[in-house]
Write a protein that binds this ligand. Structure first.
Ligand SMILES: CC(=O)SCCNC(=O)CCNC(=O)[C@H](O)C(C)(C)COP(=O)(O)OP(=O)(O)OC[C@H]1O[C@@H](n2cnc3c(N)ncnc32)[C@H](O)[C@@H]1OP(=O)(O)O
Ligand SMILES: CC(C)C(=O)C(=O)O
Length: 564
């Protein structure tokens, strides 16, 4: 960029001698209000039609949102009709309050009252901008002028509300000094106090004062200072519910909401996945799940986040990015080796220790808690390491490779990712495993075998192995005795060219493939030069799987010697 930054007016932080919010903690969920169907909707290329709004409304209800701004009924036919459809169609559960927005203008207020007729619980939300900038360029007035706009509207709304209340409506009021973040705090408190008076607010009839960052213009800590200052300056603070309505122009909407809750706010207006004007409103999902991962009940249900994402994408025609917190396609996926290693170890730790806490590095939330347990946590590309390949073998196929084998198999996988230049799917990783270990059946092959078990006069059990082996075109008989099948087999091949190895280690477990269960044996042998070689045998017979594993190791050593 060349020049130009000089033309911007920097935000001037408040001077505060003392601030309480930095020492506070978030211990409970705020009152949530969804503004998806209003602020979110007014920012779409194609605003939602009635059917889409209805589906979205029911999704919000299912999530557990109890206050839902359903639209701006005086703005258009669709907005008005949607409000009527909700009320007349009986779509609003008894414990849900609908909220409607209107400018502080008489004809629009009248139309809005018509739109809510017959509703049980309503928040009547009106606004006018109070900021220095909008006073100057939009309203051409001073603080007294914007205060008068607000108070006139409040008085009119209060008067009109009385007949609705008398008819049984539970009607509450909300006032937004729009562009609050650009308003002097003394002016904001003075205007809001006058609105509270005009609405006859008291502790039994608290009015929602909604303090928006209509356009986010400062760092979250500065805004939290504004909230704390405003609350101190507001006469009769206990008559108000302090609400936030953060936007995200600087990408700090979530932080702004969190710090401002510390500063004394009690309610947050937000949208799913942060849809809304320009860069969006603050994201309700992120705010709620941030609380959840700090051990606080968010009082919203995101246990099927993918379903919610589908509704969102269908109704808004917006796409959720792969890195979007908690919901993006890639947010639970590790491609890089050290992350995979730690996830693998964390998973193993949790399995072995049965820890009651979530203690897996690089995963701030259990994917199962948002219904994403069936998606791959670890995906393999050229940035991946041995732990990743082992994790895929375990998670996708049930093969629990011994740790000593991880480096060798990791190298095999790494070579393939480099050759392909792309991500390897789990199936390809299994194929590499099969090609390299299970299918290492040449040159030595076991054609026939039998085991006999006998107990000697001292009661010691001995196993005798007899079998036929093939080496390319030659077949030969072998037999031997040992204290178990592996020992007997090793003794049987003693004296053959295959006996240049010592037995180092062995591990066996069952793998089930649907109704079929197989034994898999991992064998570690050491050759005369001290090099370790691994083999894997798979068979229905648990005595045979290790023998196949031994032959796999011997064949792999032979292949390495003869084929390089
Ligand atoms: C920050 C926010 O998101 S606020 C919500 C914004 N959402 C929307 O605007 C969506 C729905 N709005 C609409 O459809 C239209 O704006 C309507 C139907 C509400 C009003 O339409 P119109 O009257 O034709 O136009 P418009 O909104 O431009 O009105 C501008 C006039 O209202 C005044 N005005 C704007 N907002 C307010 C307000 N909140 N309170 C009082 N007066 C206001 C302006 O100063 C201007 O006055 P002027 O004519 O004397 O210059
Ligand atoms: C109406 C108000 C709350 C608004 O949408 C905003 O300031 O962003």
């Amino acid at each position: 960029m060349k020049q130009g930054f000089e033309k911007y007016i920097p935000f001037v932080p408040l001077k505060r001698a003392h601030r309480a919010w930095p020492d506070k903690e978030l211990k409970q969920a705020p009152i949530w209000c969804s503004v998806d169907l209003r602020d979110g909707n007014q920012a779409l290329i194609d605003p939602m039609n009635i059917d889409e709004k209805l589906e979205y409304f029911h999704t919000l209800v299912d999530i557990g949102v109890k206050e839902i701004e359903v639209g701006f009924p005086s703005a258009s036919e669709v907005e008005y009709e949607f409000c009527r459809t909700l009320i007349e169609g009986g779509h609003i559960p008894d414990d849900v309050t609908i909220q409607v927005l209107v400018q502080a203008r008489p004809h629009l207020i009248e139309k809005t009252f018509e739109a809510i007729e017959g509703a049980k619980h309503v928040i009547f939300h009106f606004y006018n901008s109070t900021s220095t900038l909008q006073r100057k360029v939009v309203f051409h007035t001073d603080v007294a002028g914007v205060k008068k706009i607000a108070v006139d509207a409040a008085e009119m709304i209060y008067t009109m509300a009385q007949s609705a209340i008398a008819a049984g409506m539970d009607l509450r009021y909300e006032y937004s000094p729009e562009s609050f973040m650009g308003t002097e705090m003394e002016a904001a408190a003075e205007i809001c106090a006058a609105v509270l008076d005009a609405l006859h607010a008291d502790t039994g009839h608290r009015v929602i004062l909604n303090l928006p960052t209509t356009v986010e213009n400062c760092m979250p800590n500065y805004f939290a200072d504004e909230i704390e200052t405003f609350i101190e300056l507001l006469p009769g603070r206990e008559r108000a519910i302090i609400s936030l309505h953060p936007h995200n122009d600087r990408g700090e909407g979530v932080a702004t909401a969190e710090l401002s809750l510390l500063a004394g706010a009690e309610r947050v207006e937000a949208t799913l996945f942060g849809n809304g004007e320009r860069t969006g409103n603050v994201d309700m999902v992120t705010l709620a799940l941030n609380l959840y991962t700090q051990g606080v009940d968010p009082e919203l249900d995101f246990s099927h986040i993918n379903r919610i994402r589908d509704v969102y994408e269908r109704c808004t025609k917006m796409k959720i990015g792969p890195r979007q917190p908690y919901v993006g396609e890639l947010v639970f996926t590790a491609f890089s080796g050290s992350h995979q290693d730690a996830i693998n170890k964390g998973t193993q730790y949790m399995r072995e220790q049965g820890s009651e806490y979530w203690e897996i590095p690089y995963l701030p939330i259990d994917p199962a808690d948002v219904g994403r347990e069936y998606e791959p946590i670890i995906r393999i590309n050229s940035q991946s390491g041995k732990g990743g390949a082992a994790f895929v073998m375990q998670q996708s196929f049930g093969y629990d490779l011994p740790k000593a084998m991880h480096p060798e198999f990791g190298r095999i996988v790494q070579r393939e990712t480099e050759r392909m230049g792309t991500e390897l799917q789990p199936q390809r990783i299994f194929e590499l495993f099969r090609e390299n270990y299970i299918d290492a059946t040449a040159p030595y092959q076991l054609l026939r075998h039998s085991f006999e078990e006998a107990t000697d006069e001292r009661g010691v059990s001995r196993v005798r192995f007899t079998g036929t082996l093939r080496h390319t075109d030659t077949t030969f008989e072998v037999s031997g005795t040992g204290n178990g099948p592996i020992d007997a087999f090793f003794n049987a091949i003693h004296g053959q060219k295959m006996d240049r190895f010592t037995f180092v280690d062995y591990k066996e477990h069952a793998v089930s493939n649907g109704s079929d269960s197989m034994a898999v044996a991992y064998i570690q042998l050491r050759d005369e030069a001290g090099r370790d070689v691994y083999g894997v045998g798979v068979d229905h017979n648990i005595n045979l799987a290790p023998l196949r594993g031994i032959l796999s190791a011997i064949n792999r050593a032979w292949q390495a010697r003869h084929q390089g």
